[in-house]
Design a protein around this ligand. Structure first.
Ligand SMILES: Nc1ncnc2c1ncn2[C@@H]1O[C@H](COP(=O)(O)OP(=O)(O)O)[C@@H](O)[C@H]1O
Ligand SMILES: [Mg+2]
Length: 293
């Protein structure tokens, strides 16, 4: 495991900028709606097919098809407003809370079509958890922040089991040693980075399969960011993680696959190393070399 300082100073892939000369000269300039690279994997946990998202008349996601693999970190990058958050929120039906929003196409978690009328979104959002940009602990104690989910989902039978889930979740989120003597204190009293790890622990407590993270470090300082990045690397051994990030260095450090969005289109998907060193599409290259965005 790298030290915190290593993580901060570690170059992503050999300089994202200044690579133009070594990149293949001819880049694909195919129509936006045709995703280049490979959006599909052999054993997907989630499959998204022909997904469109509209807010009223305006189309925010255009015909996106992509898989999420098990035990991977999939990074979603692209200029502000390109639809990253919108697409991420489709994966656990968080867009249901936006009245003007309509999602079409098919999104499956294993064999379940998550938009099927029979699907209850409450257990779905436990299986596909979410961590937001701004840490949002409940106005409750550290203990109750974690215990809340297992209680409402009926995952524990008694106090001893609940204590166990709280401890395990905080340990998995790398927060236990920092908070074990102050579990009764409010979650909102923690530092920003600790609050974000508390929110990750809260997501973990209900035994998710997939964790969605929307720019989880954008409100954090570099040390707290490095800790979250280390945590993401560890969590990957047990969960699938889909992370939206505007920090390309972060995408290159934490993810195995990267998806590049542009104006609601999924332009390119590939192994992170390839996306950052030799993207196929001209738009991806423009973005990662800093000429667009
Ligand atoms: N609740 C909403 N109502 C209407 N339009 C929205 C809403 N959320 C996002 N949009 C629009 O959808 C597009 C994609 O936004 P978003 O998914 O937030 O992009 P990103 O996360 O890549 O910055 C933008 O044009 C944005 O204005
Ligand atoms: Mg966003």
């Amino acid at each position: 495991m790298n030290t915190v300082t290593d993580v901060i100073t570690q170059p992503a892939f050999p300089a994202i900028t200044g690579q133009r000369d070594t990149m293949a000269v001819t880049k694909l300039d195919t129509p936006l709606e045709k995703t280049v690279g490979n959006p599909f994997v052999e054993k997907p946990r989630m499959t998204c097919r022909d997904v469109f998202v509209h807010y009223g008349e305006s189309c925010a996601i255009k015909d996106v098809s992509i898989d999420v693999a098990g035990n991977e970190v999939l990074a979603m990058i692209g200029p502000s407003g390109c639809g990253k958050s919108t697409f991420l929120r489709c994966l656990n039906r968080m867009n249901d809370t936006v009245s003007s929003c309509r999602v079409s196409g098919e999104i499956r978690l294993d064999d379940m079509n998550i938009y099927d009328a029979s699907v209850d979104v409450v257990p779905l959002r436990a299986r596909v958890g979410m961590v937001f940009q701004k840490p949002n602990p409940f106005p409750k104690s550290i203990y109750d922040n974690i215990a809340y989910g297992p209680k409402i989902h009926g995952l524990t039978r008694n106090k001893a089991e609940l204590d166990e889930v709280v401890e395990t979740s905080l340990k998995k989120a790398g927060l236990w040693t920092e908070v074990k003597d102050r579990l009764a204190e409010p979650g909102t009293g923690l530092s920003g980075g600790q609050q974000q790890r508390l929110c990750i622990a809260r997501a973990i407590a209900v035994s998710p399969e997939v964790i969605l993270m929307d720019e989880p470090c954008s409100a954090l300082d570099p040390i707290a960011t490095a800790k979250i990045e280390e945590l993401i690397a560890e969590l990957r051994t047990q969960y699938s993680i889909v992370i939206v990030t505007h920090a390309m260095q972060q995408a290159s450090r934490v993810s195995q696959r990267t998806a590049y969005f542009h104006l609601g289109n999924l332009v390119e998907v590939g192994a992170t190393e390839h996306i950052f060193t030799n993207p196929k599409h001209r738009l991806t290259e423009d973005y990662i070399t800093g000429r667009f965005g």
